[in-house]
Design a protein around this ligand. Structure first.
Ligand code: PCA
Length: 325
């Protein structure tokens, strides 16, 4: 019995030498901008754990959530320049660098999870090209639930939104607010609670998810469900870091990324209505956008879709062709 146990221990020791954090184990930092409790961050945590197990400790990805290592605004640049090896960013916030990054924030182009997945498949080749020019390799993308409007008063049409201070998170949301006669101020989610508390902003467009994470019911009272679009967070790697991995590690990472995209998307869909119910449970009036408000938004959406197509030119045409196939 003892012999057997000893044998087992020896075998285990030898095996764990072979698979444990070896001298050549690679450690990657993964900055992320959103709360540690958010499903995007938790999903990435599972992705990192799965990669570690499947590579037998050869690749150890350390997630830094909540903007603790780099804030949202800095993440893309940090990965491009190799200050961190892998990270997550809401790429539509970079549509001012290249309009292709804004494909997922065109109002009413894809308003359901199903269409969002279809649009993402249609856009992925174009997005990969643009990212490659930025020295980045794309791994996976996970959507936010549909975007709706938050105010601290009841709003029936764009006539009611004139002059309102509006939190934007990318150029599309800034444009939307301009077209509604509001005043956009770009604020990262990590700074949103403070911006609301100090009155820098008094309205926004986002999902129920960010409304819930940021407890916006402390300042805001009305949520209008629009499902105007489902923007995504993208996980990408510095190209030099990627190239330094051996082929089998790369395949494992790609496989886990595929699973993470599916799991994260399912989670977003599963939580979508729950988030809105939490806004209600905390005293907000939640309702679908309808009547004049909805038709104002739809006509603004048309203008914005045309503007995006012009700005993204041939890439927009390729994405839309694939999407409409
Ligand atoms: N939450 C993110 C982006 C879209 C969303 O639903 C935010 O508000 O920053």
């Amino acid at each position: 019995m003892f012999r057997k146990l000893q044998h087992l221990l020896t075998v285990t020791a030898v095996t764990s030498c072979l698979i444990s954090p070896l001298a050549n184990a690679e450690k990657w930092d993964m900055p992320m901008a959103y709360s540690n409790t958010n499903y995007h961050t938790q999903n990435a945590q599972l992705f990192a754990e799965a990669v570690k197990v499947a590579t037998q400790g050869k690749l150890d990805i350390v997630v830094h959530g909540g903007g603790s290592l780099f804030g949202g605004k800095e993440i893309k640049r940090a990965i491009q320049t190799g200050q961190a090896q892998i990270g997550e960013r809401l790429l539509s916030a970079h549509a001012n660098e290249n309009a292709v990054y804004g494909f997922d924030s065109v109002p009413f182009l894809a308003s359901s999870f199903e269409d969002s997945v279809k649009l993402w498949k249609a856009a992925r080749p174009e997005l990969e090209k643009v990212l490659a020019n930025d020295n980045l390799v794309l791994l996976y993308a996970v959507p936010w639930p549909g975007q709706g409007l938050y105010f601290k008063k009841s709003v029936d049409s764009k006539a009611d939104t004139k002059g309102v201070k509006f939190r934007s998170y990318n150029s599309a949301t800034a444009r939307l607010s301009e077209l509604m006669g509001m005043q956009p101020v770009q604020v990262e989610a990590a700074e949103l609670s403070q911006a609301l508390a100090t009155g820098v902003v008094e309205s926004m467009v986002s999902s129920g998810s960010t409304g819930y994470d940021k407890k916006v019911w402390e300042q805001l009272t009305h949520f209008y469900d629009v499902n105007a679009w489902l923007p995504r967070n993208y996980i990408f790697v510095n190209k030099d870091s990627w190239d330094s991995l051996d082929q089998s590690t790369q395949s494992i990472v790609k496989g886990m990324a595929m699973l993470a995209e599916q799991a994260g998307t399912a989670k977003a869909q599963q939580l979508s209505d729950w988030y809105i119910s939490q806004l209600s449970a905390n005293g907000m009036k939640t309702q679908p956008a309808e009547g004049q408000l909805l038709s104002d938004l739809q006509s603004i959406g048309k203008t914005m879709a045309q503007e995006w197509q012009q700005a993204a030119g041939e890439s927009a045409a390729n994405i839309l062709n694939n999407y409409n196939k």
